[in-house]
Design a protein around this ligand. Structure first.
Ligand SMILES: Nc1nc2c(ncn2[C@@H]2O[C@H](COP(=O)(O)OP(=O)(O)OP(=O)(O)O)[C@@H](O)[C@H]2O)c(=O)[nH]1
Ligand SMILES: [Mg+2]
Length: 135
């Protein structure tokens, strides 16, 4: 099952290279694509992502020029996704991509949707990659 990881972005230029690297490490044994859905960020997040996409075919960029917003960016990403499974991850490094394989496993086992949360058993706000304020 191919996994499409959608990441909505606004002014995340500094985080994109690390995000792509961390997702790549987490999904090294999984077929996946990353869709960066950017609302024409003034810090040129879309440009950073496009440059990465030139050397990493797993990365695709959706640059949106109108009707910005987090919710619609995720929906657009899911619409453009080519995987059989879709995931959404913040680009600010507050979500740990290392739980993605476990989430995918849950889908394999029959779940329709899987949610990561600091409030469930085993969840937390550990200082794994980001600033410890994970959702
Ligand atoms: N495309 C798009 N992405 C957005 C927009 N607003 C926020 N994002 C992205 O959505 C993700 C979550 O945004 P955050 O502002 O970190 O939201 P949050 O994690 O709930 O809030 P914080 O606790 O402040 O970090 C990040 O990857 C943002 O770059 C938007 O208007 N358009
Ligand atoms: Mg955040």
């Amino acid at each position: 099952m191919k996994l499409s990881v959608v990441s909505p972005t606004f002014n995340e230029a500094d985080n994109i290279p690390l995000l792509v690297e961390q997702i790549g490490q987490a999904l090294s044994h999984i077929d996946y694509e990353i869709l960066i859905v950017d609302d024409n960020s003034p810090d040129l997040t879309w440009s950073v992502a496009e440059r990465i996409s030139l050397i990493n075919p797993r990365v695709r960029v959706v640059r949106r020029m109108c009707n910005p917003g987090l919710g619609s960016a995720v929906i657009d990403g899911f619409s453009a996704a080519q995987g059989e499974a879709v995931a959404c991850i913040d680009a600010d490094l507050q979500h740990d991509p290392r739980i993605l394989p476990k989430m995918l496993e849950e889908l394999y086992e029959g779940s329709d949707a899987v949610v990561g949360s600091r409030y469930v058993d085993g969840g937390g706000t550990g200082q794994l990659y980001g600033n410890g304020e994970g959702d």
